[in-house]
Design a binder for this molecule. Structure first.
Ligand SMILES: [Zn+2]
Ligand SMILES: [Zn+2]
Length: 304
């Protein structure tokens, strides 16, 4: 993606949050995965998005290498939009998003349920370490980073405004709750740090070099969304993840994994997760809770 402006281009993590932390984009990908949607008019019908906004999101997916335009056989100048390998590689991130929405949002039951084709098990998968195969949660992983990398992630480059969230015609495509956590750079970084054990206002502020006003506002928003809860015990105020907030761990683990895949040319990406038990970098994968097999994209189905 070439930015004509002279601004520094955003860090890889920021680019991922900007691209995938968007509810219409997630809805577009969901329809492509679950119902093999590939045409503009189909996405319009299913999401109710205004055409100009859908065009912008599809262009962003093409520019970032997740989709390719293919001329339609009898379509004149019209195109199909097909997922590339990089687009297909978002599936474990998307599975994590849907699983979380299914469990934690009021319309959760409308999300498609994952079915493992080989054993027939229905329901959310477990996140495991690719090195030692053990189940990993936020308390088992440690975030390691160059201290400057998060500041760069938050501040660099132009960011797309998401204030004009398009209307969605179907409740199961809204993704409103998960976007509280990944819908903008600051919220995503604060949540990511909370998942790696940061609790105090001053720690968030020191790591992110964020203004107190912005930090207060994001913490209030994440608290209202029941992702964090305030605790006044002991040596001052702390912000602790709720169970709902801890459930976001696999979404963040796969966001980082996909970021590495999307930017192979960038040697240092900043934040990386280490699996504390085995000591290796966390290469997250999904395992079936029914038969313990590691799940591949082609061995799972989604049923409404
Ligand atoms: Zn491990
Ligand atoms: Zn299974």
């Amino acid at each position: 993606m070439v930015d004509a402006s002279a601004e520094e281009s955003p860090s890889p993590v920021a680019q991922t949050i900007d691209l995938l932390g968007d509810r219409l984009t997630v809805a577009v990908l969901r329809e492509a995965f679950v119902d093999h949607v590939r045409r503009f008019s189909q996405w319009i019908d299913r999401t109710g998005a205004p055409p100009a906004i859908l065009t912008a999101r599809l262009n962003a997916l093409v520019d970032a290498g997740l989709m390719e335009r293919h001329p339609q056989t009898h379509g004149g100048d019209r195109h199909d939009y097909l997922l590339t390998d990089l687009g297909l590689a978002t599936w474990d991130f998307l599975v994590s998003v849907w699983s979380w929405q299914r469990e934690w949002s009021p319309h959760g039951a409308l999300q498609p349920e994952m079915v493992h084709v080989d054993c027939g098990h229905r329901g959310p998968p477990a996140l495991v370490c690719g090195n030692c195969d053990r189940i990993v949660g936020p308390r088992d992983a440690r975030l390691e980073m160059d201290p400057e990398s998060l500041v760069l992630a938050a501040r660099s480059g132009r960011r797309r405004s998401k204030r004009n969230s398009p209307p969605m015609s179907r409740a199961d495509l809204q993704f409103t709750e998960v976007m509280e956590a990944i819908g903008d750079r600051w919220s995503a970084l604060v949540t990511g740090l909370a998942l790696s054990g940061v609790r105090r206002f001053s720690e968030f502020q020191t790591i992110l070099k964020i203004s107190p006003t912005t930090l207060t506002e994001r913490l209030a928003r994440l608290t209202a969304a029941q992702i964090l809860t305030r605790s006044e015990s002991g040596s001052g105020r702390e912000y602790v993840l709720t169970p709902r907030g801890r459930g976001l761990f696999s979404i963040f683990a796969f966001l980082l994994k996909w970021t590495h895949l999307a930017h192979p040319e960038v040697p240092e990406l900043g934040p990386k997760l280490r699996h504390v038990d085995c000591g290796s970098w966390l290469e997250p994968s999904l395992r079936c809770r029914g038969c313990d097999a590691v799940l591949e994209r082609t061995s799972v189905l989604f049923e409404a």
